[in-house]
Structure formats: structure tokens, C-alpha cells
Design a protein around this ligand. Structure first.
Ligand SMILES: [Zn+2]
Length: 221
């Protein structure tokens, strides 16, 4: 059992222990509706404990709104049933150069404080025999972002899946994001942001990585 001090310290250091999101074995035995009902109950308890009067018209619906938002929007990416189908196609054009999908919106939440992580992802790969629909990359990024996250884990999860479906190690993923738990509490640094980068295959080569970084540093259309 960790002390309260250790718990706060672990959050501020943003430790992550696993590449996989730690999930209970019974994580999805209940339906979404059951989960919403239970979270609604518990969130009402939290609000009342803080002294809020839930008979007020403005507050009375908040527990339900929060519960629904958690299950259906902010954290829908916890449930593997929501994982986008990553269909690939034969690389008919024999395009063998870098393909970069950039400025993909990241709307996530820090697993240590449940506060937003907002920013952008950039993904590139060099196709072998398989290519993937561009919007599928955006959907995959969103799926892994929509769960309590650690930014380092997020890039690894995206990278691993793309390497598997594209049948190549030549993939790179970068995420640049602002953490509200750094800007609005703790150190309260409003201007800093965090970049994480994971890659394999030919992106281990410095020149190839530079080419990617040059492209993502260009002005957006
Ligand atoms: Zn945090």
C-alpha cells in the first residue's frame, strides 16, 4: 500500500508501469448502460460529499451527464469492442516512400489526475505490401487517446498496432500535447508541452527521422 505522499509523487512524475492499459479481468462484463448507472450513482456521492446541493436544477443532471460522457465519449477507447477495423489494401501503386499523416487531434486524459491531455499526433510509415486508409490512422489515434492515458504509452500503442497491420516496422509516431495537470495544478506551468516519439525499422536511421521531422515542422495547409 502506497502512502498518500507516494501517490501524489507518482502522479506528478507521471510514472507508467505497462505498455498495456491496466484493465481488470471483468472490465467489460457489464453493459455500457449498467456502467453509466453505477458511475452516475458514485459521481452523485462525490458531488454531495463536496457539499453541492443536487436538488438544484442546474446540478441535478450532472452525475448522469458525467457518467455518459465517461463511458461513451472520453473513455470509449477502453473497450476493445470500439476498436476501429483497420482494413488494409494491397500497395497497388508500389508507393515506397514516406507517407505522413499529420496534425491528428489528440483529445485524451491523464490517468493520474483524470485531466485533459490535448494536442496533435503525427504518424508516418513507409509501405511494403500493405497500405491503410488515411482516416483509419486518425480513428486508431482517437481510439487509444480516449482512455485514461500516459503519453509515452499512447505513442507505443499506436505504433505497435500500425506495425502489425501494415506488416512493417517502418513506422513512426509522435505526439505533442499539453497536460492540464501540469498547467492548472501542481507546477501550474501554462506554457510547457510534452513531445513523445516512438519508431522502428528505417526510422531508427537519423536521416530518415530528420526527413519526417522536417515534414511535420512545415506549415499546415
Ligand atoms: Zn496528470
Amino acid at each position: 500500500m502506497k502512502s498518500k505522499e507516494e501517490i501524489i509523487k507518482a502522479g506528478d512524475n507521471h510514472f507508467s508501469t505497462n505498455i498495456k492499459t491496466p484493465l481488470r479481468l471483468d472490465a467489460f462484463n457489464k453493459s455500457d448502460d449498467e456502467k453509466i448507472k453505477n458511475i452516475q450513482h458514485h459521481f452523485k456521492m462525490i458531488m454531495e460529499e463536496m457539499g453541492l446541493d443536487l436538488t438544484d436544477d442546474s446540478l441535478s443532471g450532472t452525475p448522469y451527464r458525467v457518467a455518459k460522457m465517461y463511458v461513451k465519449e472520453l473513455f470509449y477507447g477502453l473497450n476493445p469492442i470500439n476498436k476501429p477495423k483497420l482494413s488494409t489494401f494491397e500497395n497497388k501503386y508500389s508507393y515506397k516512400k514516406m507517407l505522413v499523416e499529420q496534425n491528428i487531434t489528440i483529445d485524451s486524459a491523464c490517468e493520474h489526475h483524470f485531466l485533459p491531455i490535448i494536442g496533435y499526433a503525427n504518424v508516418a510509415y513507409i509501405p511494403k505490401n500493405k497500405v491503410i486508409g488515411l482516416s483509419k490512422i486518425n480513428r486508431l489515434v482517437d481510439y487509444y487517446a480516449r482512455r485514461p492515458q500516459v503519453q509515452e504509452r499512447l505513442v507505443i500503442q499506436i505504433l505497435n498496432d500500425l506495425q502489425t497491420v501494415l506488416e512493417t516496422k517502418d513506422v513512426i509516431v509522435s505526439v505533442t500535447a499539453k497536460h492540464l495537470c501540469v498547467s492548472s495544478r501542481g507546477i501550474k506551468d501554462q506554457s510547457s508541452f510534452t513531445t513523445t516519439l516512438e519508431y522502428g525499422g528505417c526510422f531508427l536511421d537519423t536521416e530518415t527521422r530528420k526527413e519526417f521531422l522536417n515534414i511535420i515542422n512545415q506549415q499546415t495547409p
